[in-house]
Design a protein around this ligand. Structure first.
Ligand code: GLA
Length: 384
């Protein structure tokens, strides 16, 4: 996370007003990919990369947004907010403001600074961290307080309805509700969750392939539609299957022949991933890290082969980790088609692992990766 004191000084110099400051983390998902919008299970961890949001009131009725990452300031009338996204960074904070306005809150003028160190477009939920940080800041300004799960749902709506990216609830949920040193097993149907401790001798190593991903891109939507088409076929036969969460592998055996080949594969990934995620959470709660690692390996294979959500570089990053000392499990994390892999690594081997993986990946692909040892951090909070 960037230094909140430096951030405060930046806001004061620009807006001549003392900000209230909030932080919302990015996330890494240990297992459970493309299961959230199927009302299934996910197991993310909030990480120590975060977006800072600083807010102070204004008396001129303007909403002035400044991003230190983009080095840009943009100004809007609070009484006449844009109704549609404009394909720029302001869409995320404006989306949150527009959802809050739609909830009946009067939105006054304010200055909002944003500064994040969540790598952009890397599958670590930089956009969810901007949304959740903004939501905390703006709700505080207008004197409203929502429970974390409700705040997460409002932020997801900002992304679905304003940004028009059809994501699930995972990223916003973990950013708002993460817990230090824990992974969160979330049931995306009713938003109930359990926390499972990450053993202190296990390091979270996040390896960025440097291949950019965007869930606003067409691949995410295509995969989602393919899996939902399979669900509709099962539902037409036996009913009670509004989401793939309710389907079984036996359903695919019975009716898979009616599905387009890609739909069948996507659904097989989602259904099996759900089973793996529940099994992995049980293993993590028991401290059985070998089993967690085995399930992660299976999950990557399914993500890559059945869901076709990986890419050459991510497959290479996972393969190159396999025989390195200390590896417990590795897989591509997040929306797919690039971004980062998550590697669970024995703590005392982590530094050497980072070195070795980085040089192997650079030698094989010609791309210099960024590899970080991260820590499971707390969810969004007020800093000052
Ligand atoms: C992105 C979306 C999430 C989830 C993942 C895939 O991160 O924002 O809702 O669907 O992809 O698991």
């Amino acid at each position: 996370m960037h230094d909140p004191d430096v951030f405060r000084a930046m806001h004061v110099a620009r807006f001549h007003a003392e900000p209230a400051i909030f932080a919302a983390p990015g996330r890494v998902n240990l297992i459970g990919e493309h299961t959230d919008y199927a009302e299934g299970f996910v197991m993310p961890v909030a990480i120590d990369f975060a977006t800072l949001a600083g807010i102070s009131p204004r008396s001129d009725g303007k909403i002035v947004l400044y991003s230190e990452n983009y080095g840009e300031e943009r100004s809007f009338e609070a009484a006449a907010l844009p109704a549609k996204a404009g394909q720029r960074w302001t869409d995320y904070p404006l989306g949150v403001v527009s959802i809050l306005a739609g909830e009946g809150h009067a939105i006054p003028g304010f200055s909002l600074s944003l500064w994040g160190d969540v790598p952009l477009g890397s599958g670590l939920s930089s956009s969810a961290s901007v949304e959740v940080a903004t939501a905390l800041a703006v709700t505080r300004l207008i004197g409203v307080s929502y429970p974390g799960p409700v705040l997460a749902r409002l932020c997801q709506r900002a992304e679905n309805e304003f940004v028009e990216a059809n994501c699930g609830i995972m990223d916003q949920f973990i950013s708002a509700n993460g817990a230090k040193d824990h992974a969160l097993l979330l049931d995306c149907r009713d938003l109930s969750f359990k926390l499972a401790p990450i053993p202190p001798n296990v390091a979270l190593v996040i390896a960025n392939t440097m291949v950019k991903h965007s869930i606003a891109g067409g691949d995410y939507a295509t995969r989602r539609a393919e899996s939902e088409a399979a669900c509709a076929i099962i539902n037409s036969h036996r009913g009670g299957v509004p989401f793939l969460r309710d389907a079984t592998l036996e359903d695919l055996e019975k009716w898979g022949h009616e599905m387009a080949p890609n739909s069948l594969k996507r659904a097989r990934h989602v259904i099996s991933e759900n089973l793996r995620t529940v099994a992995a959470s049980e293993a993590l709660l028991k401290g059985d890290m070998a089993e967690v690692g085995r399930l992660m390996a299976e999950a990557h294979k399914s993500y890559s082969q059945d869901f076709e959500g990986s890419c050459e570089e991510a497959d290479a990053m996972v393969a190159l980790a396999q025989d390195l000392p200390g590896l417990i499990g590795a897989r591509l994390t997040g929306g797919g088609f690039g971004g980062c892999t998550i590697n669970l690594v024995e703590q005392d081997q982590a530094a050497a692992f980072v070195e070795a993986l980085g040089s192997r990946y650079a030698a094989q692909t010609g791309i210099v990766p960024q590899i970080h040892i991260c820590h499971a951090s707390g969810g969004a909070r007020r800093l000052r």
